[in-house]
Design a protein around this ligand. Structure first.
Ligand code: AMP
Length: 286
């Protein structure tokens, strides 16, 4: 496994592969790798013949007062995970290498990036898209895998690829969960035991909603669980909304077909997000 700490180092490893004309499959991460990341790496191995993983905690996507400074950075463990999973190249750039002094140009995520997560975290998706575009330009992958865990992020990236004519295929990967349903996240380590128990409400709400036949009944089922969680002082719901999978606009009550129920909440000092896709069937005649 090759480890590149600088853009030029990665470029050297990449050009050494040129003779083989490899299909590069790429997984972008912020590290603290868990089974969710590993599922993306496994999928990448089936989609390309060279697998590249980047580990970079991107300051541009964190707002003031967010957890950039305390975000976990267990680099040695992460490199061991990558090695064990057969990653070919790990790219671990520094902030100064990726963001040279004097930089000015960024990507604007548009309306899709300004609702829900984008509303609660202003500028977040501009930061995400800026770093992802830079990483695509550096890594030069043919295919890149992103988790459905960050559904709005995946939609923003798919939108960017279309709008900016990027020559990379984007593949979504299913959410990997703990045995009790909590979506795996690098931030779960911040939860205390009692917060961890309350955090389970997010996936429990999604599970209940997913069996419902219409947006109003799905919303009601989700809120039944979330209202109970809100009785706990450590739990503060941000949003629970059923949205169109490509625009992330709220669907009408009579919506038929695919939709995503997205939820976000603060549990103690930790912000958690989760979602599930629901296929609403047409109402029966009569
Ligand atoms: P992060 O390191 O949090 O930026 O995540 C890197 C990639 O892993 C993103 O594409 C995430 O959507 C994906 N990811 C994170 N957690 C999970 C999970 N529990 N299941 C599937 N993919 C995930």
């Amino acid at each position: 496994m090759k480890i590149a700490h600088r853009v030029a180092e990665y470029a050297a490893h990449r050009s050494a592969l040129e003779g083989r004309a490899p299909r590069v499959a790429y997984v972008a991460t912020m590290g603290a790798l868990h089974e969710g990341h590993r599922s993306l790496i496994r999928l990448a191995k089936t989609l390309g013949d060279v697998v590249v993983v980047s580990i970079f905690v991107n300051p541009l996507q964190f707002g003031p007062g967010e957890d950039y400074a305390r975000y976990p950075r267990p680099l040695e463990d992460d490199l061991q995970v990558c090695e064990a999973d057969g990653v070919d190249i790990v790219f671990v750039p520094s902030v100064s290498d990726l963001y040279p002094a004097g930089r000015q140009v960024t990507v604007h995520a548009g309306v899709l990036g300004s609702v829900l997560e984008g509303h609660s975290r202003p500028g977040h998706f501009n930061g995400v898209l800026t770093v992802v575009l830079k990483l695509f330009n550096i890594i030069q992958p043919q295919v890149s895998i992103f988790g459905e865990k960050d559904a709005q992020q995946l939609a923003c990236i798919q939108r960017m690829v279309i709008d900016l004519n990027l020559a990379v295929e984007i593949v979504g990967a299913p959410i990997v969960r703990e045995p009790d349903g909590l979506a795996m996240s690098s931030r779960n380590i911040f939860l205390t035991a009692s917060e961890r128990a309350v955090a389970r409400s997010l996936s429990a709400a999604l599970e209940k909603a997913a069996t419902q036949g219409s947006p109003p009944s799905a919303r009601a089922a989700a809120y039944e669980v979330l209202d109970r969680a809100e009785a706990e002082p450590c739990f503060e719901l941000d949003y629970a909304t059923i949205v169109n999978p490509s625009t992330f606009a709220e669907v009408p009550d009579d919506h038929v077909g695919l939709a995503i129920l997205v939820v976000a909440a603060r549990v103690g000092g930790t912000r958690l997000i989760d979602n599930t896709t629901i296929n609403f069937a047409p109402a029966p005649w009569g």
